[in-house]
Design a protein around this ligand. Sequence first.
Ligand code: FAD
Length: 460
Amino acid sequence: MDFDLFVIGGGSAGVRCARISAGHGARVGIAEERFWGGTCVNIGCVPKKLLVQAGEYGGWAEDAAGFGWTIQKGPHDWSKLIAAKDREITRLEGIYRKLLAGAGATVFDGRAVFIDPHTVQVGDRRITAKTIVIATGGLPERPPIPGAELGIVSDDAFYLKTMPRRIAIVGSGYIAVEFAGIFRALGAEVHLIYRQPLPLRGFDHDLREAEVEALRAQGIVLHPGNLPRKVEAAGDRRILTFGGAQGGDAQTIEADLVFFATGRRANTAGLGLERIGVELNAKCAVRVDENLRTTQPHVYAMGDVTDRVNLTPVATAEGHALADTLFGGNPRMVSLWNVPSAVFTSPPIATVGLSEEQASVLGAVDIYLTQFTPMRHNLSGRKRKSMMKLVVDKDSQKVVGVHMLGEDAPEIVQGLAIAVVMGATKADFDRTIGIHPTAAEEFVTLRTRTRTTDLAKAAE
Ligand code: FAD
């Protein structure tokens, strides 16, 4: 065999797995067909956050007037922002490549496909390995409607030549609401068209309602309960027709850009998995057991290609755990329980643990909830609210869910996630002294229970 381990895909999961395995002394090869660092570094978390940060400056310039500053806000230069973002991404991509080479892994630039269970082909080379890891990530999907190819997906949004002035975003998952916030903050008229009554399906109901208020306060036009029907071109412009999810009259929006953020699928097509006995689930994601093993015992899969919790820190944790298990003499698994996550809207959302709806199915929960105008905005005059919520198991008094919409929510909830993972109780939160004056201190001073919810109450 050429290698002890061959990794297909140089994204968050693959790079970590290859690098740590090589560090443990394994002979490692890794193939990447597009860009090192994968989705997160090139067309995901990192450039997205830079665009979010670009938008924030505009709001802060306006807020400053309430604090006595006279700041003339000039026009925003999209091409300057994209050029700066591209420089940073190129720098990061180079670091990823160097990290692998530095660890002693052999790097292949090209697409890898399975020839047989122990052989992959990259370009004109056939490579054999004892163990193979599939870490090929996911891809954005367009809805099956006429003219869907006239719309863009998130991959394209990072390379737009000009900033759209009017944009119709279809979808209401985190990518849809984040880009709605980015384009709105940079001055565009933004329409969000989505099927559900509330955005961010799967998140806590109070958070979703608070998000609606926040999106509206930002000036984003919401079209809930709608499905896209077709896209047509009118010169450079696009006409999106959409209508009620249950049928009914159609509406149209003419926009510079139609953006589909309607979901992602595991990147498994054309890998030759059918040739080697690796089974997929109903959504074409690779089926794995709790040790990340596929239905072919020496082939593993991790990260978005397995479509479980599709987040970078999960992908890297899985890559690291598998490397330690296979080559580091330290067998371990990654728990997908209590994975914290954030939505970088304006203001952002962060959450860890169970929503009120999920928790109340398992037993009665005490809910502590507060909403307030952050101190800064009493002076800035910006219409902005924060919301914080604790979901506490009534019997054990363990805090099983922490949810926040408000400035710095991801920075605050990351710390609280440790407490939740450790099983902290509401009494532990209560005996913790706050840091004053902060928004975060609200989490340790919530004394009045808002309500108790059990399954029967949740069903009302
Ligand atoms: P990827 O990073 O997608 O890497 C897979 C790699 O495999 C790709 O580089 C691909 O080119 C390569 N590849 C595929 N097939 C082959 C082949 N046959 N041969 C060789 N190479 C191949 N997560 C967060 O935690 N926080 C965020 O804020 C966040 N924001 C996001 C924003 C957007 C717009 C998107 C799209 C995603 C975001 N994510 C975020 C999700 C995060 O990017 C993914 O969970 C993460 O990148 C998954 O890592 P991965 O290694 O599984 O896959």
